[in-house]
Design a protein around this ligand. Sequence first.
Ligand code: NAD
Length: 371
Amino acid sequence: MKPLVHAVVGCGRVAPNHVDGFSALPGAELRWACDRDLSRARALAREYGLPQVTSHVRDVLADPVVDSVSITVDHAQHYELAAAALEAGKHVLVEKPLAMTVEEGAALTALAERAGRVLSVVSQHRYDPVVRAVRDWLADGLLGQLVSGTVSLQCGRDDSYYADSYWRGTFAGEGGSALVNQGYHALDVTRWLTGGLAVVGAAVGHTAPRGGMETEDTLAAVLRGPQGALVTYQVTVASSITWRTRIELVGTEGSVLFDLDHPGTLHLAEGGDALRAAAREVGAQKAPAPAGIGYYGISHRRQIADFAAAIRDGHTMAADGAAGLGTLRLLRDIYRTARSEGTAPGGSTAAPGARRAGGRGDGTGRVTEDG
Ligand SMILES: NC(=O)c1ccc[n+]([C@@H]2O[C@H](COP(=O)([O-])OP(=O)(O)OC[C@H]3O[C@@H](n4cnc5c(N)ncnc54)[C@H](O)[C@@H]3O)[C@@H](O)[C@H]2O)c1
């Protein structure tokens, strides 16, 4: 069988997770390391043995041997680079979020459909064994009807994380911060597990901004699931703890509490005998050490294996373009509500005197400005 030939465009923090995932895949071959900063492309190629380096994506897209491309650059360029890759006939694995606006995201999913190419948005935690197990338990009714959820991510980012970056902490390059970047996975996984979420209310905070960031460092939202379950969601990047994600789901027949962080610990599964037995199996699984930054987890490998399989057999991935577009819509709705400090249409009004985000309540992030 012809190997799947892959290229990585953007050789920053997350790129090693992509290289690791394709390296671990039998029948895959990594060919290009591409970064507009050639020294970064060279460093990645040297470390992982990629044969070709370039500072321009056109070299990658013009190479007929390349089947697929990872887009691992700032949020503002996801649309342009993913569209160019799809138009060049490549399959695309784009880091989250799919794009900066719902309009751009919808254009990408339509383009992939027309081109007959796989478009996948990285949501590696959808592939975590704990998350998969909880999804099965919900589908099998082991938790009964979902009534309540509590989702939180606390993480710590220092001044240099924003000050030394050309895009982080800016509306133009990142679109927002705590929610769209660090908080993305907890929101995406919860949306997937609950079967969809709508916004009831939300607020942004500019509480202890690091490194001159103009975007939010803290955000809270109240969300509602399809059967009426109420979910509170909180994220901050101003904690002293480097990273901790925690999700608690409460149903009429059972409750679960788990972390997304590697290795995706299941803390509690209380309910009937079937739930307890299933939980023992999950607890017994051993997780291998992740590549790159530890809390990104091991599941880039699993998603990349699924991406390669989808290219071969055409199945619908758990993290396809449509999934990324759905989460992008929810992000847009939360930001819209939060930046106007209030409740979503149909809810009651904001608390009197509610403060707008750091005096920047206009919310110039493009995430809010589409249809
Ligand atoms: N799934 C996860 O857990 C996870 C973790 C970290 C980052 N991310 C996502 O990955 C993406 C990249 O984040 P990062 O932290 O690696 O960023 P980064 O700033 O560390 O790296 C981005 C790289 O892209 C390069 N670049 C920019 N424009 C380019 C272009 N036009 N052509 C080629 N190279 C270009 C930059 O020079 C830089 O080296 C973001 O979407 C981020 O949200 C996801």
